[in-house]
Design a protein around this ligand. Structure first.
Ligand code: BJ8
Length: 424
């Protein structure tokens, strides 16, 4: 990716640190992704996206900016992409999946902060994320305590920061808060871009985002087959790319791969043998390049058939009803859709357990691995009742707590292998 040096320099990246990051990313991708066997041919598109994730895609975003469009960075699936699209802007997920510039981060944040938050700061402080540098505005959300307090610090490090309040209780009051916040966000986006959102614009935004979600629903449906036509690692990558890619191209590429997977299923072809144990992953989101646990699971002889996660089904489960005729009706539909997201920041949060059980059945899983990032209070707290509830129903469950380092790989491997023996 040497042809992009000038672009990265102009964005203010630290070229040395950035090139070390790309080298590590390329090696990780080679070892984890390109070493897989029986991959669908359609994955070559996603290999290309990964190769160009800091190159061509950034150039495209900069071209959009030149044409007068805005780039909005976010860290959470509660930021409604429909509204961003309605003002001809692009929403991108920001880099949070690897350790970076940890020493500098720990000068600003406590050591025992979750790795996802530390990673976001590391990429900013280490000047290694072209997405955050290309963003015209960063939207933070008051979800977990770690994020909301860290945004008070991040606010001083970025060009423009906008904070969205998010309810913590699924009550009428909680819903009213979400609605008020989405209306405020809509007005902010209108002022920021000078575009007034009418029903046609909002409907179009809803349609674009729904199409991406529908393509992912199709992909998840195909993972129910036995043998599974695609690895969990590849499916995770597709779910990760959802947050970066051009939406239309992404939708077409996922539908293309689904056509191929349907043919595989018709022929009875799988990526692993029929007898491979099937695992459902649940818990914290896995951002690029956080592939550690799926890699261990799938090299230990199991296959991941679904992710109950924001980078996965929790993030895309519901569509937004685009049938409304007025802006008010469409905004109501957006609130309705997002209020169903069952993030562990909500108390209580019974829907999440229901969804895990539904997914366990639908994907014909043999066991559940609950994945938590260290110091993530919401998911760690929830992991214990979830484990108890699953085991009460006779569902084998393994709880894992880890970070982005590679230090615990040996220990995790041993625990995961022992768990898989149990479910074989
Ligand atoms: S809707 S899951 S994307 S908040 S891992 S930073 S919760 S301490 S990411 Fe999330 Fe939105 Fe919820 Fe989804 Fe905090 Fe936990 Fe860290 Fe987390």
């Amino acid at each position: 990716m040497t042809g992009y040096r000038d672009m990265w320099q102009a964005l203010g990246l630290d070229l040395g640190a950035h090139s070390a990051l790309l080298e590590a990313l390329g090696k990780g991708y080679q070892d984890i992704y390109l070493s897989q066997r029986n991959r669908p041919q359609g994955m070559s598109y996603f290999d290309f996206v990964m190769k160009e994730v800091h190159g061509l895609r950034i150039r495209e975003l900069l071209d959009e900016k030149k044409a007068g469009h805005k780039i909005i960075g976010s860290f959470c699936v509660f930021v409604p992409e429909e509204i961003v699209r309605a003002v001809d802007s692009t929403l991108v997920g920001l880099c949070t999946g690897a350790e970076f510039a940890t020493e500098e981060v720990e000068e600003l944040l406590p050591r025992n902060t979750c790795p996802l938050i530390k990673s976001a700061f590391g990429f900013k402080l280490g000047k290694a994320c072209p997405y955050i540098e290309a963003s015209d505005m960063i939207v933070g959300e008051n979800t977990c305590d770690g994020k909301k307090k860290s945004y008070e610090v991040l606010r001083d490090l970025v060009r423009k920061m906008y904070i969205m309040d998010i309810p913590q209780v699924k009550s009428d009051g909680g819903r009213a808060l979400l609605k008020a916040e989405y209306l405020r966000f809509k007005e902010t986006m209108e002022q920021f871009t000078g575009i007034s959102i009418d029903a046609d614009r909002l409907r179009k935004g809803i349609e674009i985002v729904n199409n991406k979600r529908k393509a992912l629903h199709r992909l998840s449906g195909l993972r129910r087959a036995n043998p599974v036509p695609i690895s969990g690692l590849d499916a995770l990558l597709i779910n990760q790319v959802y947050f970066y890619d051009d939406p239309k191209r992404f939708t077409d590429s996922v539908n293309g791969i689904c056509d191929e997977l349907e043919t595989r299923i018709e022929r009875g072809e799988g990526v692993f043998p029929r007898s491979t144990p099937r695992v459902l992953l649940t818990g914290c989101p896995m951002a690029i390049p956080n592939w550690k646990i799926p890699h261990i699971i799938e090299t230990a002889g199991a296959v991941i058939v679904g992710e109950e996660s924001c980078v996965g089904e929790r993030g895309v489960r519901n569509l937004t009803d685009g049938s409304g005729e007025t802006v008010e009706e469409l905004m109501e539909a957006i609130v309705e859709r997002y209020f169903k997201v069952d993030c562990a920041i909500f108390t209580p949060n019974p829907d999440r357990l229901e969804h895990i059980l539904e997914m366990y059945e639908a994907y014909r899983a043999d066991g559940v691995i609950h994945y938590c990032l260290q110091f993530c209070q919401p998911y760690l707290m929830e992991s214990m009742p979830v484990e108890r509830a699953l085991e009460d129903r006779g569902i084998p469950t393994l709880r894992i707590e880890t970070d982005y380092s590679l230090e615990d790989i040996g220990q995790l491997k041993t625990r995961i292998e022992a768990f898989l023996e149990l479910i074989l």
